[in-house]
Design a protein around this ligand. Structure first.
Ligand SMILES: Cc1ncc(COP(=O)(O)O)c(C=O)c1O
Length: 364
């Protein structure tokens, strides 16, 4: 089986974890500080704040932006649930805006009409590693005095018009879950240029402490451990190489899929560096399940990212989120992610292409 994701953990990571375990500092300590410094340097922001997951990074970033009950946060419905759930945790409401069907990212042309007196922030997601249209997002945010929090959980190392994802909004949040472009096992990171956002985030991730045992706000235990940070420091060194392999795998897949009928490969907008967290193709709704079965029966792992827009999830229906985002709904019926991760070799890629070609000539 060629898996849809396969984290690459080598001796270097393992040895660093052993060193941490032997050091006595196994919770948040010097390795977390070193990882934060290196990550901020990589993203080109002044500050980086490590957390226990991408979800807790989003939760802390929203809280440190002062978002709470009564506020609205504009985001995409075509994403992992954590994006919208993190808004709910604060007591605010996510407001869903449909996607651009070419990039699967929030459609900037539809954001403005969703702005109300209660809107406080826009949270674009760089889905699959393709940067959202940040020029338009930033302009709308500026015009309406809104905060921008990038959900960069899937886009470590991606770039928009020559600038690093993670440095394009007021704050950004990354995930280091094992399937991501780099991992720490579980883990997350907030990046920002703003000193106060950094200080508030650091406090919120540690029970609202201003100093040891002085609690000034209701915070949480959302800290990263030095064990995770030790893995992250090594993975960060390898990130460019991992991303280069994802990009060249994607290029190979696209060159071949372009020759096939009925399968639409992903596009890459000009002026962006897409880091292919996922390589997601599209087929007609009536063919999707058949193609997934064919790929799986022939040893190729697949994923559906994502099977329904967030507002159609039972939780959101129960909360009364009745929306209609036709492009997100259509995409949810048509997308299939296929392997693109850096663990693939040429033989794997050839198998994927040959199998897709056979599918397009026989079952589609
Ligand atoms: C777009 C998006 N946002 C947020 C998250 C949450 O990250 P984590 O799983 O590290 O909590 C993820 C990853 O799972 C994600 O893909």
């Amino acid at each position: 089986m060629i898996p849809i994701a396969n984290p690459i953990i080598e001796d270097e990571e393992i040895n660093e974890v052993i060193k941490v375990l032997k050091s006595g500092f196994i919770a948040q300590g010097p390795k977390v500080a070193e990882f934060e410094e290196k990550f901020a340097e990589f993203v080109k922001t002044k500050y980086a704040i490590a957390t226990s997951s991408g979800t807790t990074a989003l939760h802390v970033a929203l809280l440190s932006a002062g978002i709470g009950p009564g506020d609205e946060v504009i985001t995409t419905p075509f994403t992992f649930a954590a994006t919208a759930n993190s808004v709910l945790y604060t007591g605010a409401s996510p407001v869903f805006v449909d996607i651009d069907p070419e990039t699967y990212n929030i459609d900037p042309e539809q954001i403005e009409e969703a702005v109300t007196d209660n809107t406080k922030a826009i949270m674009p997601v760089h889905l699959y590693g393709h940067p959202a249209e940040m020029g338009s997002v930033s302009k709308i945010a500026k015009d309406h005095d809104l905060i921008v929090i990038e959900d960069a959980a899937q886009a470590h190392g991606a770039m928009y018009k020559g600038k690093m994802v993670g440095s394009l909004g007021d704050m950004a949040c990354f995930s280091f879950y094992p399937t991501k472009n780099m991992t720490t096992s579980e883990g997350g990171m907030i990046t920002t240029q703003n000193k106060k956002s950094c200080e508030d985030s650091r406090s919120l991730r540690a029970h609202g402490e201003s100093s040891r045992y002085e609690h000034v706000t209701l915070g949480y235990n959302f800290r990263m451990t030095d064990i995770s940070a030790a893995i992250g420091i090594i993975q960060l060194k390898k990130l460019n190489e991992f991303n280069n392999r994802r990009i060249s795998n994607a290029k190979y897949l696209t060159e071949n899929i372009n020759q096939m009928q009925l399968i639409k490969p992903p596009l890459v907008r000009k002026d962006v560096k897409h880091v292919f967290h996922q390589y997601t193709i599209r087929v007609d709704k009536s063919k999707r399940d058949k193609l997934i079965k064919f790929l799986n029966d022939n040893g190729i792992g697949t994923g559906i990212h994502y099977p329904k827009p967030i507002y159609q999830q039972e939780l959101y229906q129960k909360l009364g989120y009745y929306y209609s985002c036709p492009e997100a709904e259509k995409a949810a019926d048509e997308v299939i992610s296929i392997p693109v991760h850096p663990g693939l070799n040429l033989n794997d890629l050839e198998i994927i292409v040959k199998t897709l070609d056979r599918a397009s000539k026989t079952i589609l």
